[in-house]
Design a protein around this ligand. Structure first.
Ligand SMILES: NC(=O)C1=CN([C@@H]2O[C@H](COP(=O)(O)OP(=O)(O)OC[C@H]3O[C@@H](n4cnc5c(N)ncnc54)[C@H](O)[C@@H]3O)[C@@H](O)[C@H]2O)C=CC1
Ligand SMILES: O=C(O)[C@@H]1CCC=N1
Length: 275
């Protein structure tokens, strides 16, 4: 614990190990929010992703080791299948001076801490709406992460959306719901837009209406605090159009399908932790 010194939010440098879609979403959101300047965000990549990250001001190194050496907060954002090798490779450079963070699905803090050789670690389960400042992120603290470390990560992720704290045992369920969930909703938006086209709308209008409608419905659920069943009842007039649509959804098992999707994704998260 001797090397644990607080990291200042203002001057904190964050580095991503893994320059993929999730890292890009967090980096874009963080930079757009103004919580940290682009010069405080870094990653490493040799291929096409370099240009993507450079386009919004991120410093891009050639090697992961350079990212670690130049960061106060190191965020592991590689796939679950490779994270063990990546952490083990970087282990000689990792010290308790740095706060380590993982956004990797399924991989437990106990393993991450063992591979890293220290437990100043925080697990975060974010989602890609981080890129536009509307992420849903959940954090849980490792054994040596301090209250101040938790506050720092809550501040960074709070700048790109909402943050909850939860026990790690809930992380697979969280992953199946809020981390994978945007993909379910993108699928729904695409399908709704197809429905609009099938009913005679031009494609562009249909997609715009479907997207704005989902945004509006989610905003109402969040801002009114009303039960979604009440909000649904407010739309469905007796003998009207909505209830005719809902009847079709219920006949096809709409709610059960969504529940199954979350449970299947959570189960996959559990499987990934055993790799
Ligand atoms: N995409 C999402 O919506 C979410 C992803 N996550 C987690 O974030 C992590 C990253 O996921 P994505 O960004 O979607 O994947 P991705 O495949 O877009 O990004 C992974 C990146 O890691 C790079 N990489 C592979 N081996 C590497 C190495 N040895 N050193 C450095 N970089 C290496 C790849 O080139 C790739 O750019 C995963 O563990 C996933 O479970 C968590 C929440 C949501
Ligand atoms: O599909 C995946 O495995 C990752 C984790 C959650 C969202 N994307």
């Amino acid at each position: 614990m001797a090397n644990i010194t607080p990291i200042s939010t203002e001057s904190c440098k964050i580095g991503f190990i893994g320059a993929g879609k999730m890292a890009e979403s967090i980096a874009r959101g963080v930079i757009n929010s103004g919580v940290l300047p682009a010069s405080n965000v870094r990653t490493a990549h040799l291929g096409l992703r370099r240009t993507v990250f450079e386009s919004f001001g991120t410093k891009v190194f050639d090697q992961n080791s350079q990212v670690v050496q130049d960061s106060d907060v190191v965020i592991f954002s590689v796939k679950p299948q490779v994270v063990k090798d990546v952490v083990l490779q970087l282990r000689p450079l990792l010290s308790e001076k740095q706060l380590l963070v993982s956004v990797v699905a399924g991989v437990k803090l106990k393993d991450l801490q063992e591979w890293a050789g220290h437990s100043r670690f925080i697990r975060v389960m974010p989602n890609t709406p981080a890129a536009v400042g509307v992420a849903a992120s959940v954090i849980t603290l490792g054994d040596a992460a301090t209250k101040e470390d938790g506050e720092l990560i809550s501040k960074i992720f709070g700048a790109i959306g909402k943050v909850w704290t939860a026990q790690e045992k809930l992380f697979d369920a969280i992953t199946g719901l809020s981390a994978s969930g945007p993909a379910y909703i993108f699928l729904a938006i695409e399908a709704l837009a197809d429905g609009g086209v099938a009913a005679g709308l031009p494609r562009e209008l249909s997609l715009g209406l479907a997207s704005q409608m989902v945004l509006g419905a989610a905003s109402m659920a969040v801002s009114t605090g009303k039960h979604p069943g009440q909000l649904k009842d407010d739309v469905a007039s007796p003998g009207g159009t909505t209830i005719a649509g809902i009847h079709e959804l219920e006949k096809a098992g709409f709610r059960g399908i969504l529940m199954n999707a979350v449970v299947a994704a959570a189960k996959r998260g559990q499987e990934l932790s055993k790799n």
